[in-house]
Ligand binder design. Structure first.
Ligand code: URP
Ligand code: ZN
Ligand code: ZN
Length: 463
C-alpha cells in the first residue's frame, strides 16, 4: 500500500477505547488503524506516546473588535498557538453588526480567516439583530455550513437580545437544523449592579466578578433552557462557570431535554482569588462570566466526569495588559473595571491542562478525548470527519509525551498576548507532534507546517 505516513506503535486513545496500534495516513485521511507494514512512507515512532484525535476548540475569538479595541490574536497568531497546543480545528465567532445581514457578516469573517489559519476552521454566527422578516436568513447560513448561532442574554445595548428574539431564533433552528449557543447571564441585573458599584467608587478589577453573581448565570441558564424547551429544540450553553448553572443543565438533561454545556479551563483551574492579586493584575482575569469562588471548580470537575458538562472549550479572547500593535489592551479599564476588555487567552493551553487532569486522575484518558474532540465534533456537525481516529477521518492526530513536563509561560507561548493566566504552572505531559490532515505541523515544539494550512470547514446541520 502506498501510504504517505505511518505513525508507529503509539497508545491510541479514543472516546471509548485505548489500544496500541499503528495509524496509516494517505491523502490527508486516516487510511488504516492496526498493524501496518512499513513501506517507503515517512514513519514516525510513537512508542511511549499517547495518540489522540486533534483537539477541537469550538469557542475562540480571533481578530474580534470588542470592548473598544480588537483582540490581540488574529487568525494567524491564534491558530499558531492552537496547533502548538494540539488543537487542529477551531470554531470562531463571526459577529453580525446591527442592521447588517448575516451573509455580509459571514463574508467579513471569511476575509479575516482565509489564508491566515494554521488549523481547520469554521464559524458560529453571533446574531445581534433579528427582525421577524430576517429570521429565514439563518437558513442560508446553515446551507453555507454555518450551523450554529450565538445569542447573548448579557451585554445590554451591544449584544443582548430580548426573550422574544431569542425564542424566534430557537424556533427557526427547528426548521433548519441549526444549534443555538447561549451566553447565559442576566445582563439587565448585571448592568444595575455595575452602575451601583461605580457610583460607590468601586473601580478595581475584582468588582467585575462581584457585579456578576452566580445566580445571574443560573437564572439565565434556567431561562435559556425553558425557552429551548418551549421551542422544542436543543440548546448549547457556552462558557458555563457557576456550578449552580451546571445544576440547571443537569436537571434538564435528567428530564430528557437535549441540553448541552461547555466549560473552560479557566473555570476549572482559576478562581475569584485571582482578582485579589496586587495592583491591576486582576485585570488579566476579567472575562465573562467571571472566575468563581474556590470550591466551585471541584463541582465542575465532578460534573465533567459525570457528563453534566459535555465539552471543554477555551473562549480564547486575548487582550494584552498594555497596548501592542497599536491596539489598546486591558489598561482601558485602569480607572473603571467595566471598561476592561473582557476575555483571556487559552487556545494553546487547553489540551495540556486537561491532559494534566488525566495524569492527576481527575479524568480518564477516554473522557479527555470525548470532551476535547469527539463530542465537540458531534455537536457541531464535524463528525466523523473530525473527532475520531478511524479510517476515512481527517488525519488530525496529536502525539502527547506523557512523561515530559511542560511549564506554561508567556515567554514561550505562541499567541500574541503579553501574559499567560497560568504563568509558571508545570503540567505533566507535553505535545510532541501535531498533524493536520496528515501534514506534520509541529514536532518537539518546532513549527514544521505553514500557518496558512487551515481550510474552512463547512459543517453539517443536526439531523
Ligand atoms: O469575556 C469573554 N468571555 N469575552 C468573549 C466574549 C464572550 O462572551 O464570549
Ligand atoms: Zn459569551
Ligand atoms: Zn466567547
Amino acid at each position: 500500500m502506498g501510504y504517505d505516513l505511518i505513525i508507529k506503535g503509539g497508545t491510541l486513545v479514543t472516546a471509548s477505547d485505548t489500544f496500541v496500534s499503528d495509524i496509516a495516513v494517505e491523502g490527508g485521511k486516516i487510511a488504516a488503524v492496526g498493524a501496518v507494514k512499513a513501506n517507503d512512507a515517512k514513519s514516525v515512532d510513537a512508542r511511549g506516546c499517547i495518540v489522540v484525535p486533534g483537539g477541537i476548540d469550538v469557542h475562540t475569538h480571533f481578530d474580534m473588535p470588542f470592548g473598544g479595541t480588537t483582540t490581540a490574536d488574529d487568525f494567524k497568531t491564534g491558530s499558531t498557538g492552537a496547533v502548538f497546543g494540539g488543537t487542529t480545528s477551531i470554531i470562531d465567532f463571526a459577529i453580525q453588526k446591527k442592521g447588517e445581514t448575516l451573509t455580509k457578516a459571514l463574508d467579513g469573517w471569511h476575509e479575516k480567516a482565509e489564508g491566515k489559519c494554521a488549523v481547520d476552521y469554521s464559524f458560529h454566527m453571533i446574531v445581534t439583530d433579528l427582525p421577524e422578516n430576517q429570521v429565514k436568513e439563518m437558513d442560508k447560513l446553515v446551507d453555507e455550513g454555518i450551523s450554529s448561532f450565538k445569542l447573548f442574554m448579557a451585554y445590554p445595548g451591544i449584544f443582548m437580545l430580548d426573550d422574544a428574539t431569542i425564542f424566534r431564533a430557537l424556533l427557526r433552528t427547528k426548521e433548519n437544523g441549526g444549534m443555538i449557543c447561549m451566553h447565559a447571564e442576566n445582563g439587565g441585573v448585571i448592568d444595575v449592579l455595575v452602575q451601583k458599584a461605580l457610583a460607590e467608587g468601586k473601580i478595581e478589577p475584582k468588582y467585575h466578578a462581584l457585579t456578576r453573581p452566580m445566580s445571574a448565570e443560573a437564572e439565565a441558564t434556567r431561562r435559556a433552557i425553558a425557552l429551548a424547551e418551549m421551542a422544542e429544540v436543543p440548546i448549547y450553553i457556552v462558557h458555563l462557570s457557576a456550578a449552580s448553572a451546571m445544576e440547571e443543565v443537569r436537571k434538564a438533561r435528567e428530564r430528557g431535554l437535549s441540553v448541552y454545556a461547555e466549560t473552560c479551563p479557566q473555570y476549572l483551574y482559576l478562581s475569584y482569588d485571582d482578582y485579589e492579586r496586587p495592583g491591576f493584575e486582576g485585570a488579566k482575569y476579567v472575562m465573562s462570566p467571571p472566575l468563581r469562588p474556590k470550591g466551585n471548580e471541584e463541582r465542575l470537575w465532578k460534573g465533567l466526569a459525570q457528563n453534566a458538562l459535555q465539552v471543554v472549550s477555551t473562549d480564547h479572547c486575548s487582550f494584552c495588559m498594555k497596548p501592542k500593535d497599536k491596539k489598546p489592551g486591558k489598561e482601558l479599564g485602569l480607572d473603571n473595571f467595566s471598561k476592561i476588555p473582557n476575555g483571556a487567552p487559552g487556545v494553546e493551553t487547553r489540551m495540556l491542562l486537561l491532559w494534566d487532569a488525566v495524569q492527576k486522575g481527575r479524568l480518564s484518558p477516554n473522557r479527555f478525548v470525548d470532551i476535547t474532540s469527539t463530542t465537540p465534533a458531534k455537536l457541531f456537525g464535524l463528525y466523523p470527519r473530525k473527532g475520531h481516529l478511524s479510517p476515512g477521518a481527517d488525519a488530525d492526530i496529536v502525539l502527547i509525551n506523557p512523561k515530559k513536563k511542560h511549564t506554561i509561560s508567556a515567554q514561550t507561548h505562541h499567541t500574541n498576548v503579553d501574559y499567560n493566566p497560568y504563568e509558571g504552572k508545570t503540567v505533566e505531559g507535553s505535545i510532541r507532534d501535531v498533524f493536520v490532515r496528515g501534514v506534520h505541523m509541529v514536532t518537539a515544539e518546532k513549527l514544521l507546517g505553514k500557518t496558512n494550512h487551515g481550510q474552512f470547514l463547512r459543517r453539517m446541520p443536526r439531523t
